[in-house]
Design a protein around this ligand. Structure first.
Ligand code: ZN
Length: 317
């Protein structure tokens, strides 16, 4: 997401910069970030790097409450953390008409509440010319050079440990297979009853991922293609099982001649019918689509987490 013209204007107005898709700089001495994010909803976020004690947090809350700021400025959310303040607004037409006044009103309150401005959010000590500006999780942060290095090293060590840790993929995938096959049963039954089944693919997808973690597998990126393959196999199995149940039912009540052992032969007859094949393929494709929708969120966070966090800590200038 590129910096919008609104934020470019704000940057000029407030003597800040735009880079890395954010607007940032010193505002009232605080390291300050404004950025647009999308968490399923479009939001504009203010992020102030500081250190907050419980006392300071209470004072800020009081100021916000006493003026009914949430209603007045239509604030979406307020987060007062130990080392930052994060305030979000829902994106809307004319947002800047209350966004900028809010900043002008709020920044002096932060200072008056006793939140220190030139402070390292990592160690909480004042900054005295030994600082570096970093982009940390999408926010501009000013911290001691040594603190930044320590942070990067910590993250790197954690990443290294995760990378070298056993993924238990064997056990995990065994769980995937078991959960996947069990989750095929609802599909098969619903199909045998003659209802639409494609949406149950989502259940199969989620079950495959769940089985993996329940059996102690560590979710790593490399396992995604195997799970995708398993999804296809299980949806396929579910569909065949559904047909099997239906045929067994017809044989049992005498609508079809033969024994249950004739089911494979009946099945092969079905596959000579082009209408049947069309339905079969359609069900499978819709099932895979729904399975994909079911696990997409999980896979997405997985891919995101795997992409190195230490690389997202970058020098701002
Ligand atoms: Zn520090």
């Amino acid at each position: 997401m590129l910096v919008s013209s609104d934020l470019k204007k704000l940057a000029v107005e407030k003597g800040m910069k735009t880079a890395h898709n954010i607007c940032y700089g010193k505002l009232n001495d605080y390291m300050f970030t404004v950025r647009d994010i999308n968490t399923g909803r479009a939001l504009r976020e203010i992020y102030i790097s500081t250190v907050l004690t419980e006392d300071v947090k209470n004072k800020i809350h009081e100021a916000l409450n006493s003026t009914d700021a949430v209603k007045q400025y239509k604030i979406e959310s307020i987060e007062l953390n130990n080392n930052f303040i994060c305030i979000r607004f829902a994106m809307a037409m004319g947002l800047m008409k209350r966004f900028t006044p809010f900043i002008d009103w709020f920044m002096p309150i932060v200072a008056a509440s006793g939140a220190p401005a030139n402070v390292c959010p990592e160690c909480g000590n004042p900054i005295q010319g030994d600082e570096v500006k970093k982009l940390l999780g999408g926010h501009a942060v000013c911290m001691h050079n040594a603190c930044a290095q320590a942070l990067i090293n910590n993250v790197k060590t954690e990443e290294e440990e995760f990378k070298n840790s056993k993924s238990n993929a064997g056990k995990g995938l065994l769980g995937s297979v078991i959960f996947g096959l069990v989750s095929a049963i609802p599909w098969a039954v619903v199909y045998a009853l003659g209802w639409f089944v494609g949406w149950l693919g989502a259940l199969i997808g989620v079950a495959i991922v769940k089985g993996y973690t329940v059996f102690g597998g560590k979710l790593k990126k490399a396992v995604i293609p195997v799970m995708a393959l398993l999804v296809i196999v299980c949806v396929f199995f579910a569909q065949i099982l559904g047909d099997g149940i239906q045929l067994a039912y017809y044989i049992s009540n005498g609508e079809l001649y033969g024994k249950w052992s004739d089911i494979p032969e009946y099945m092969s007859l079905l596959f000579e019918d082009s209408d049947y094949i069309a339905t079969f393929v359609r069900n499978i494709l819709i099932g895979i689509l729904f399975a994909g929708l079911g696990v997409w969120g999980i896979f997405k966070t997985l891919i995101k987490n795997v992409s190195s966090v230490s690389k997202t800590i970058i020098d701002l200038e």
